[in-house]
Design a protein around this ligand. Structure first.
Ligand code: ZN
Ligand code: ZN
Length: 257
């Protein structure tokens, strides 16, 4: 039986405080191959690495989310770099620009660029969080892809044209359960169609964004199978073919065997 690799999770969230280990063990024994535990702050990056060390086929990304760029200690880059010394850390992230809820664009851009320089020096791929910030994000990715860096735009919510522009740069694009939300369907389908097969990734961003029929409930990696089902329809493939394709893409992007 094929299992699904979830490229973006937040199992350190308090939503899992009552059953974290039980849930993860069950998922890994069922239809989940593994996942990337993604950091948002220094503390949560540390937790992501700890989780990755605990389980086989679980890996980590470390980074400062654009909503958490204020009040960072001056040596935060050193702390991140130190965390990447674990062989289980496969990417920097999630980092980027978030213009939806906060407007400290200057600070966000500064911290984003500092982390991109770190990722480049460490030769690590980067998980991008970009919301309501596509023009700025695109310009930055255009510069850094020229330098040979690898990116995935996670929780993709832009339109088909944006997907095509990113795909032309070789940027991977990852969809959550939101691709199956009723209101967003048309735009998301159009975006998904414009992503070449070899650049497509699957994620949950759990505990958020549970796909239908679980919408509003706590999400977990097993639910990414419903996202795969939606993408399979769009791409005219079987669900297993879709999962296998996305697993292979994830293995290539994160350099996981
Ligand atoms: Zn995000
Ligand atoms: Zn996330």
């Amino acid at each position: 039986m094929i299992k699904l690799f979830d490229t973006h999770t937040h199992y350190d969230d308090r939503a899992y405080n009552n059953d974290r280990d039980e849930l993860i063990s069950r998922l890994l024994s069922e239809n989940v191959a593994g996942f990337i535990a993604v950091g948002c702050t220094l503390e949560r990056s540390r937790k992501a690495v700890a989780l990755a060390k605990k389980y086989e086929n679980v890996y980590a990304a470390v980074g400062i989310h654009p909503q958490d760029v204020n009040n960072l200690p001056p040596d935060y880059l050193k702390t991140l770099e130190k965390l990447t010394e674990s062989a289980k850390v496969k990417a920097l992230g999630e980092i980027g620009l978030e213009y939806f809820r906060t407007y400290d664009k200057k600070q966000q851009n500064k911290i984003f660029l500092e982390q991109l320089e770190l990722a480049q020096s460490l030769n690590l791929p980067v998980i991008i969080h970009s919301r309501e910030a596509f023009p700025d994000t695109f310009e930055i990715l255009r510069e850094y892809t020229k330098k040979g860096m690898r990116f995935v735009c996670h929780c993709f919510s832009e339109d088909g044209e944006a997907a095509k522009k990113l795909a032309d740069l070789g940027v991977y694009i990852s969809f959550t359960g939101a691709i199956a939300f009723e209101k967003k369907t048309e735009r998301a389908i159009d975006a998904c169609k414009n992503v070449p097969d070899e650049l497509l990734l699957l994620e949950t961003d759990c505990p958020y964004l549970a796909p239908p029929p679980f919408r509003g409930k706590r999400c977990d990696s097993g639910m990414a199978w419903y996202t795969a089902q939606k993408i399979a329809q769009i791409k005219n493939k079987t669900i297993d073919e879709t999962v296998e394709m996305c697993n292979n893409n994830a293995a290539r992007f994160f350099e996981i065997n």
